[in-house]
Design a protein around this ligand. Structure first.
Ligand code: RP5
Length: 163
């Protein structure tokens, strides 16, 4: 039998994918398997329910959830599964993603969502955070993540230059 996919990347809409694919790109770089699904708290609540109820038994170990506006997806998912949920606030046109951020970050006690920065940086960091969690008991992944971080560090010049 194939090993279970450890990371689920979910998002409220197709329109979130240009942001959420930054998380997928990081996981590709680090050789971490993932699945991608559109799961909307408001438009497909039954899909959300099913995903949350089956997440742990399917072997998911981290869920990255991106949503924008009244962004209930990460919090609702956290309420349906003990699998850790990393929230990504999508940058919105109306309120620049502050609406998404506040919707995701202010969870009541008991159902945490590890909330990232707004937009693409947050999505990429969600991928890195998921990898860091999985690396706790995966030495090969830990080594790839250490190398990724070292490469990033080495790419930063010591002094600015005119470009
Ligand atoms: C949220 O509404 C989605 O996460 C998305 O960020 C936002 C807008 O969705 P669309 O109207 O583009 O489908 O549920």
């Amino acid at each position: 039998m194939d090993a279970p996919v450890p990371v689920g990347i979910i998002m409220g809409s197709q329109s979130d994918w240009p942001t959420m694919r930054e998380a997928a790109a990081i996981l590709d770089d680090l050789g971490v398997a993932y699945e991608t699904r559109i799961v909307s708290a408001h438009r497909t609540p039954d899909r959300l329910w099913d995903y949350g109820v089956t997440a742990a038994e399917r072997g998911l170990r981290v869920i990255i959830a991106g949503a924008g506006g009244a962004a209930h997806l990460p919090g609702m998912m956290a309420s349906k599964t003990r699998v850790p949920v990393i929230g990504v606030p999508i940058q919105t046109k109306a309120l620049s993603g502050v609406d998404s951020l506040y919707s995701i970050v202010q969870m009541p006690k008991g159902y945490p969502v590890a909330t990232m920065a707004i937009g693409s940086a947050g999505a990429a960091n969600a991928g890195l955070m998921a990898a860091a969690i999985l690396a706790l008991d995966d030495a090969a992944l830990a080594s790839r993540l250490d190398q990724w971080r070292a490469d990033l560090s080495a790419s930063i010049p010591e002094a600015p230059r005119d470009v």
